[in-house]
Design a protein. Structure first.
Length: 376
């Protein structure tokens, strides 16, 4: 609509200016208005009267050329200032144009004036990210080789088979549902080829959900402990974990301590609680694709017969602590691999596990290993 209003205004202004200059030209030819100049003082097309044609000589002067018929051709320039002198010649190219002719702006040019910019910002195009899987499902796989299999402060090695040098696989899938909790499903397997009963010493399927409510992340779910050919020790438990992103507290770009608290309740065999809390800090060396992470945790058990040294012994109290470090080297950075094919890295582990209470089941030992990590 604004473009049409501009065109209408420009056309009206151009016609008005053109008529004024035409009348001025007629006044220069003859001080007395004559019927040869339409609009110079006599009404035209009134009471059926028809104005006579413009004389041929005036046509020639209006055209500014020797060809009288030029006026009848379209797009012929008309230099009204040259009417002052009947002998005036057309101006050569490069001469400065007259002031009045400069003021004559063709209406069509005015109609083509650019409209002001839109006040609404453009929608930014989606940024192309060289990132991991951008879909609704994320996958993770860890393959670790460890000197000892230590779980919750207890050495799980097969009696008489130390060190066990176990091979462990952990696979996990997480479904991204936006602001809703993200379902998680996974499987842990501990393999030891020299085990006299079964090389698959432990199979641990789990599922749950993860919900991020900044600055905390809540994870809860179910774990089933399956020991092939050792069914008398199979059990199940429910668990919950609360992790805090303390970067908001310290006003930093990355978390400082990343504290968490983890709790599990055995619903099948032992009918007891296991509670753990810990911290972790990541020292990131981006130029080398390397991350060094000191970690630490302590655990408490309550009415959990699994940690009693004897069936009727004490089954509650501070049970164990861990202190260690994890080193992570990005293979994508090392070999210039494209992140669209997933994140590959190598991990190194070193821990010391200590026992708090001699009346509870736990071990004192140094253990560690290496692992391959994949995320997509």
């Amino acid at each position: 609509m604004r473009r049409w209003l501009w065109a209408f205004w420009a056309t009206a202004a151009g016609l008005s200016v053109g008529l004024d200059h035409a009348n001025a030209a007629c006044d220069l030819l003859d001080a007395t208005p004559t019927p040869t100049c339409r609009g110079a003082g006599l009404p035209s097309d009134i009471d059926g009267a028809t104005a006579p044609e413009i004389p041929l000589e005036l046509k020639s002067r209006l055209a500014g050329a020797d060809d009288p018929a030029a006026l009848d051709r379209p797009n012929t320039p008309r230099n009204f200032l040259d009417l002052k002198s009947p002998t005036a010649q057309p101006k050569a190219r490069g001469d400065a144009p007259a002031a009045i002719s400069d003021s004559l702006v063709p209406p069509v040019w005015l109609a083509l004036v650019d409209e002001p910019q839109d006040v609404y910002p453009e929608i930014m195009p989606q940024r192309t990210q060289e990132n991991l899987n951008g879909g609704g499902v994320n996958f993770g796989l860890d393959v670790d080789w460890l000197s000892d299999y230590v779980y919750r402060g207890v050495d799980q090695n097969t009696p008489g088979r130390r060190p066990e040098n176990s091979l462990q696989f952990t696979a996990q899938a997480k479904f991204d549902l936006g602001k809703l909790p993200h379902p998680i499903i996974g499987l842990f397997v501990n393999v030891y080829n020299s085990d006299p009963v079964s090389r698959f010493e432990e199979v641990r399927p789990f599922f749950g959900a993860e919900w991020t409510l900044k600055p905390i992340t809540i994870t809860a779910g179910y774990i089933s402990y399956i020991y092939p050919n050792r069914r008398n020790v199979d059990t199940q438990e429910v668990f919950a974990n609360i992790a805090l992103d303390d970067s908001r507290l310290f006003r930093t770009a990355a978390p400082i301590f990343s504290p968490y608290i983890y709790g599990a309740y055995d619903v099948d065999l032992y009918k007891g609680f296991y509670i753990e809390t810990g911290i972790r800090h990541d020292f990131v060396f981006e130029d080398f694709g390397f991350t060094f992470s000191p970690v630490g945790d302590i655990a408490y058990v309550a009415n959990n017969a699994h940690y009693a040294l004897v069936p009727t012994g004490r089954n509650w109290g501070l049970q164990h602590y861990d202190a260690g470090a994890i080193a992570n080297l990005s293979l994508n950075h090392l070999f210039k691999m494209d992140h669209r094919h997933g994140e590959w890295s190598v991990n190194g582990y070193l821990y010391y596990t200590g026992r708090f209470d001699n009346h509870l089941r736990a071990d004192n030992l140094i253990w560690g290993g290496v692992g391959l990590e994949f995320r997509y």
